[in-house]
Design a protein. Sequence first.
Length: 299
Amino acid sequence: MRIALIADTHLSPRSPECVANWHAARRAVGRLAPRLTVNLGDITLDGQKHPGEFQFAAQLAQYWPTPMRCVPGNHDVGDACGESPLDARLLAAYVAHFGADHWSFRAGRWLLLGVNVQLMGSGSALEQAQWRWIEDQAALAGSHGRTALFLHRPIRPLEAGPAHECGCYVPAAACERLLSGPLRSSLRLIVSGHAHQYLDRMQDGVRHVWMPSSGFVKPDHTQARVGEQLVGIGLLELKEDSAAFDLWCPDGMVRHEVSGLQAFHPYTVGRDLGGAVDDDIFPVSMEIDHVRVYQAVPK
């Protein structure tokens, strides 16, 4: 089975650069003709603060060339993960626009599990219900099956450095439960987004693939660089006993830096596009030496 992967699309009328890269990805997926696409979350630029972005992104997804399964990211439903309270209203809005926040799919011997990592560590009834569901799915996979896990955050650090930095990874207790709990005998592959970096590592018999964002990269001073800073999509080929992964940078996809996005620029032309301004990136005193003009990409 061939599956396209896309992460951290950050779609919004306020981010025309990300929308243009989405269309580049859409055209490439149409040419590659996979059976399914998995979207690894942060579908919206910041749907937790701008709920209208849910509808905007959902409308774009209607023209995607394959069926799409999604998992929520922190910019969609809030941080949660024990770092902030779970917002049930945001989660309900996400489900209304993008479907179930956790799901399973069979492909031969492979069981594909999409989970809502933002629930983990929240202590909520929804978190407990998802854990029970994971246990049920593990029983279905059995010890001779193969499980691929799809979630927004990387499950844990894969390189030397700070362990489980807050906001970067799955909470430590949940990480241990995923790796050493009911899935341990069948888990072969974990695919995540969130870091806006590409990394592919084998660790303790499990392959970890960090998908880069399709929208933009982040500067090193905002997070530690662990993988490669690039933009792209992925193509996963699942066979009975193996998984092959290819990283693609589609024709027309541009490697934007977050500081260059129109949504985060303190000056706009003609109208206020909103968005927060990072004073570390944009000092109070600035001079404008050029203006970019973006043209909408036809559907």
